[in-house]
Design a binder for this molecule. Structure first.
Ligand SMILES: Cc1cc2nc3c(=O)[nH]c(=O)nc-3n(C[C@H](O)[C@H](O)[C@H](O)COP(=O)(O)OP(=O)(O)OC[C@H]3O[C@@H](n4cnc5c(N)ncnc54)[C@H](O)[C@@H]3O)c2cc1C
Length: 433
């Protein structure tokens, strides 16, 4: 339940130019906030969504404008002062002011939504070879320019971004190798069985997936750049030496080893930072007038009973909206379970829930992963912690309901009937009422 009890008596400033920030700006106006509203973004572009950068936009199948959170007219018509290419450089919590270059902008309430950045691999950065990371539209444009038939693409890291780029590059006709140190790609998120399903999917499409393999050295190959057609900073070929004794030559070397939250501004201001900016369930930080949303937020999740930082589209959108309402004085917990999606080749999947550090003791699979249409449920202590479907779109709502039941302790405090869950003949939508 939420109720507006006290709104800001002055400007609201939003720092960050992504989905969380732009969603918050929209929600503030929808909810009737009529005061000055400033959005500061380090990027030069209108706030945009990033999922297409590794999928349809990278493949050349969608336009950049399609990814805008709001069209340009929105900011004008809703009286949002949008300052692009204007990174906030400091926050004075006592004075309630944000510094941008030589300007100081006062606020009554502040939202931090500075997102995250691609984690760097010094071994690659220091090699002198061209190294690509993927976070921004500029990164995606540079990678896109390199994806031509026959080009050799080496991807370090079998996480979501690495695998999505592998699928797009392979579809574009590139020779693709994915190098993953663990026993399967996506091992930490999906576990060995379904990590293996994704490895098989990529191998089926001709990707060379090397698991349990580490990079030992990376060298620039200055004599091998004929025909790459792009600038030396990005497309200088690399020789990638692996601990299986082989060497891969890469026309494009992509590092996809995760992301780190952009916490510097918050930390320097004196906010409490610990793998992101710490917040309560209402997304309020250690300062009562400062809120946080999106990849940056490490917020208490009331249903899971612990803090969680989530790097997904749905979380950025949902937290942006909740933080905006709470800045207006509502008392709304952000309790939506984590959700994400991916598209690789002809496999579309959605995942809901969260498997914590304790892991799970049973994986229930319905359908046949080899056929590419299935659902899966991660169970611990008799509860369904998380679930996914692959190409089974009718299952999207039931799997969420099942995980919600597990999280809330519905049905005799244990979630769904596991015997029924294991019995594929019983439709999923009959498992929760
Ligand atoms: C290539 C790619 C593909 C993805 N695909 C999926 C997917 O399929 N499914 C899914 O669920 N999620 C996906 N994600 C994750 C999802 O995009 C992120 O969770 C989401 O972008 C987080 O939004 P955000 O607004 O919190 O942060 P961000 O999108 O990181 O935006 C933060 C913004 O703040 C700006 N900023 C940083 N510091 C400052 C400062 N000091 N002052 C002003 N501005 C600042 C940054 O420049 C940036 O514009 C993908 C991410 C990437 C990179």
């Amino acid at each position: 339940m939420s109720a507006a009890d006290e709104g800001p008596r002055g400007p609201v400033v939003i720092v960050g130019g992504g989905l969380a920030a732009a969603t918050a700006a929209g929600t503030l106006r929808e909810e009737g906030f009529a005061g000055p509203l400033v959005l500061l973004s380090a990027e030069q572009h209108l706030p945009y969504e990033r999922p297409p950068l590794s999928k349809s936009y990278l493949a050349g199948d969608s336009a950049f404008e399609d990814a805008f959170v709001h069209p340009k007219e929105f900011y004008d018509s809703h009286d949002v002062t949008l300052r692009l290419g204007a990174p906030a450089t400091g926050i004075d919590l006592d004075a309630h002011a944000v510094t941008v270059g030589d300007d100081r902008i006062g606020y009554a309430r502040l939202l931090l939504a500075t997102g995250s950045s691609a984690r760097r691999l010094p071994l690659a950065d220091d090699s002198g070879a061209g190294v690509a990371y993927l976070r921004t539209v500029e990164d995606s444009d540079r990678i896109k320019a390199a994806l031509r038939p026959g080009r050799r693409v080496v991807i370090l890291g079998g996480g979501w971004i690495g695998l999505e780029v592998a699928a797009t590059a392979r579809t574009a006709g590139c020779e693709v190798v994915v190098v993953e140190p663990l026993a399967q790609p996506l091992l930490r998120v999906l576990g060995p069985t379904l990590g293996g399903t994704f490895a098989a999917l990529h191998r089926h499409h001709g990707v060379d997936v090397r698991t349990t393999t580490n990079v030992t050295a990376i060298e620039r190959r200055p004599d091998d750049d004929a025909g790459t057609g792009a600038g030396p900073d990005h497309d200088t070929p690399a020789a990638v030496h692996l601990d299986d004794g082989t060497t891969l030559v890469a026309d494009l070397l992509l590092v996809g080893i995760g992301a780190s939250p952009n916490v510097e501004l918050a930390r320097n201001a004196g906010l409490t930072v610990e793998d992101g900016v710490l917040a309560d369930a209402r997304l309020r930080t250690s300062h009562p007038d400062v809120f946080v949303a999106g990849d940056l937020a490490n917020a208490l999740h009331p249903k899971l009973g612990r803090r969680l930082r989530v790097e997904h589209w749905d979380n950025a959108k949902g937290q942006g909206a909740t933080a905006a309402r709470n800045m207006l004085g509502h008392q709304e917990d952000y309790d939506r379970l984590p959700y994400f999606f991916t598209d690789q080749y002809d496999l579309g999947m959605e995942y809901v829930g969260h498997v914590g550090a304790g892991g799970y003791d049973e994986l229930v699979v319905r359908g046949d992963p080899e056929e590419g249409v299935f659902t899966a449920f991660w169970v611990a202590g008799g509860r369904v912690l998380a679930a996914m479907h692959a190409n089974d779109w009718d299952a999207a709502d039931p799997i969420r309901a099942i995980v919600e039941a597990g999280a809330s302790g519905q049905v005799d405090d244990g979630g769904v009937d596991l015997a029924a869950l294991r019995d594929s003949r019983i439709p999923l939508d009959q498992l929760v009422t």
